[in-house]
Design a protein around this ligand. Structure first.
Ligand SMILES: [Zn+2]
Length: 300
């Protein structure tokens, strides 16, 4: 496991510090300003996150994940711990997870889980609280390399760290008029029911373009620091867009592989490439095309 020095990691707080340093340095022509410019930059979290508590959304994530796992297990569609692809996913996650707290201190307490679902869908997600799911179709059809798996995983983990689901839920509560301020303060109104339905909605969320872009950048940095080549972001999206010809796969319907996305990734590569070069590399690479016994599909 790579040693992490939190001070060397670019957190949202350190971005502010860095901006300040840059301003100060520009004023006095400080020669060190450019040497500190490393890692990606993202903005502050949305104020909509405040409408739903982190505890509530993480509890909803855990409940939804558990329910999905139970249903899949009943159908024989939850991959066992001995599945080579489960071992692979967990090894990759083990390298990324220790790097997450600087992005969100709550991540230290999250009970992280990584599971593989025997489903032909091209899909993956990380629910609030660190509950990661990969669908077999994504690994098999796109023949993902470890670097590409790390990019997908980093991206999904970044959504959870930056609390995009919490922000989405807050926004939809606000626009649905669920929150009338007085009622919310007194714990009255539709709020209780809304929160009870939250778990089911987590799997259907679509994020904004800016959330997606943020997840791409933070994910790329996480993967790079974990020793995975961030250039895999480009090959991943090329594979995704090729797979989209024909029926659009699930993940792609919420993650369009447009030219802007590719250009953003390409533009930010130079910021994370040095992190990758300095990082400890994974001691082992996993097979591209594992022996695959066709499992019963997951009914959803
Ligand atoms: Zn995304």
């Amino acid at each position: 496991m790579p040693e992490v020095n939190p001070r060397s990691i670019a957190t949202p707080q350190s971005f502010n510090r860095r901006r300040l340093t840059t301003l100060l340095c520009t004023a006095v022509l400080c020669p060190l300003a450019s040497a500190q410019d490393e890692g990606v930059q993202v903005g502050e979290k949305s104020r909509f996150t405040r409408l739903v508590s982190a505890d509530q959304i993480e509890a909803a994530g855990a409940q939804q994940y558990q329910q999905m796992g139970r249903q899949a297990a009943a159908q024989g569609a939850l991959a066992p711990q001995t599945d080579p692809q489960v071992i692979r996913l967990r090894e990759i996650a083990k390298r990324i997870i220790p790097l997450t707290p600087p992005w969100n201190p709550r991540a230290k307490q999250w009970r992280w889980e990584v599971n593989l679902f025997y489903s032909a869908q091209l899909n993956a997600f990380c629910l609030p609280g660190g509950k990661i799911a990969f669908f077999y179709g994504l690994l098999e059809k796109l023949q993902l390399t470890d670097d590409e798996v790390a990019m997908v995983m980093g991206h999904e983990i970044a959504h959870a760290l930056r609390e995009h689901a919490r922000e989405r839920m807050g926004k939809s509560m606000a626009t649905d008029g669920v929150i009338q301020l007085g009622a919310a303060l007194l714990g009255l109104g539709n709020m209780g029911q809304y929160l009870a339905n939250m778990g089911g909605q987590l799997l259907k969320l679509t994020y904004s373009r800016s959330d997606e872009s943020e997840a791409d950048l933070v994910g790329m940095e996480l993967a790079a620091r974990a020793g995975y080549n961030p250039a895999a972001g480009l090959s991943l999206w090329e594979k995704m867009s090729a797979a989209a010809k024909g029926a659009p796969p699930q993940w792609l319907s919420t993650h369009p592989a447009g030219a802007t996305r590719m250009a953003d990734i390409r533009r930010n590569l130079s910021k994370v490439q040095p992190l990758y070069e300095r990082a400890d590399k994974p001691p082992q690479r996993f097979a591209l095309a594992p022996p695959f016994k066709k499992p019963p599909p997951l009914q959803q």
